[in-house]
Design a binder for this molecule. Sequence first.
Ligand code: ZN
Length: 661
Amino acid sequence: MNYEDTVKRAEKLRKDLNYYSYRYYVDNENDIDDYEYDMMMRELKAIEEEYPELITPDSPTRRVGGEATNMFESVAHTVKMESLQDAFSFDEIRDFDRRVKDAVTNATYVVEPKIDGLSVSLEYRDGVFVRGSTRGDGSVGEDITANLRTVRAIPLRLKTDLPFIEVRGEVYMPHSVFHKLVEEQELNEEKPFKNPRNAAAGSLRQKNPKITAKRKLDIFVFNVQQIDGHSLSNHKQSLDYLKELGFKTIPFYTEFKNIDGAIEFCKEWENKRFDLDYATDGVVIKVNPLSCQREMGFTARAPKWATAFKFPPEEMSTKLLKIENGVGKTGAVTPVAILEPVLLAGSTVSRASLHNFDEIKRLDVRIGDRVLIKKAAEIIPKVIKVVDTPEHNSLPVYEPPALCPECDAPLVTREGEVNLYCSNDLCPSVIKAKLEYWVSKDAMDIDFIGPSIIEQLFSLGLVKSPVDFYKLTMDDFLKLELVKEKSAANMYNSIQASKERPFSRFLTALSIRHVGKETADIIAGEFSSVEALMDASVETLSNIEGIGDKIAQSIYEYFHNPSNIEMIVEFKKLGLIFENNIQTRTDELAGKTFVLTGTLASMTRDEAAERIKAKGGKTSSSVSKKTSYVVAGDNPGSKLDKAQNLGVIILNEDEFLKIIG
Ligand code: ZN
């Protein structure tokens, strides 16, 4: 290759590598395999080693990290990197709206999630990334160009050679990266970072960019600070333009004509944020037209045209009043923290999970302690630690109970398990918990019968085992408190209807140890009838993919226990069907993963999942690059946004029905 060709080749490699890197880190698309990418990178490095004059600032080889520095030079921000005034309630957002209306007319709002990371400035001359700096005190920051180059989502070259642009973005560490980093730090006996924000800060201010490069930081760009060679008239337009230039812009930004829409957005994201792979601590509301922004101007501390709504905290401390021990369907005794009520992430919390007695011992939780509790969406609040107080040491150490809180039978441990179990096979708590599970959505899905009805049926001696549900008459229901003809009929009918549930539901409902919904599905797919399953040996069972020895042993024991066999015989007499129409199963959708979100008009989500499984497909609860389809019904959740972001195929109900026939 002559020199001229080498120059051309280097140029082509730079362009291609930057393009694939953009596709991967910004679009989440993998167009090229890693090996091919590495080979191109190696070739470019070799050229640059031989001809150092061919190294350009936008060369992807610069991303791996240059030389370590002892000092960061300071950078004076021409345009101040302002902080925003906070709003802690919707009333304060409405106050902001009033101030806007008093100052300007026809203002619309643009809202966007507030990323909890580190604010940085990025400067581009003639389309090339030339300098990046921290926010510092807003007026003067530090030059961290070498470190920022290692952030793959930061373009080294823009898609147009704009004379000059300075943008502002938030650098963050994705949760998934953070968890791995902490794990590694613990393994190496280093002091782990406290949270993703600290980890991102520590990584950005690394003296050695090679370390920063390993930390897999990411960025969302959310503002144009200065621009030359292009004019913009509103904030939304500038975000659209940033996207065009090749920046990874803040996601989910939306324009609203009035403040009500903005407030709805805040409410929505208070919960949706927990589905994201990065931390958000609020929502930023900005006046959209730049002319209005200019007209409103600044206070001494912040722009008047923007406000940051802060989400209520996810963690709070409160007093532990007592520990209540409940007995579940497996007989396991689980401790629950009873707390002084506290407002947490928008709701009042007075109970929190303590997992098991080992956890209480590990955290050294004592009754009377102040404890820190944490809540995430759709997750039961849990106690995460004891707050250091002078009182803690004078409180008695918590001793796990020795007897069952329900029946006073001694509690026992089981080999290899941390829980304590009630030793009484006929413990009323265990029986009631099994009955409650029997009627639950995951199991036989019997409507109109909840815990209080079960409590009454049990105490009247009408139901002692699931078999008894199917022997109940209308008259039996009328014996219950406050139950009239109509609800008696509802209960009776829904019990009868449950006789038609698929084999897999029935297997789930039996509460066989180690057999949950997923395992029951696998087993039901392998046996055509309950008899065939009862005849199966441990070997046959453990040969099924997804069924380990422990599960196989547990199933075998269950179906060789005389009282269980008797129960199955009774179920059959009462008209329950335990057969499986295996032949209707196909593998048309083998290898396809579906994620369901929102409400479908023609079926429940569970039914949809069963239809997918019947065709050999799989369902998952979260969207990733591996998801084949997201089925979006009415009022879809944030899974839809995630699917859009990842470019996953989205099906509406009609399209979905066509696929599953
Ligand atoms: Zn008991």
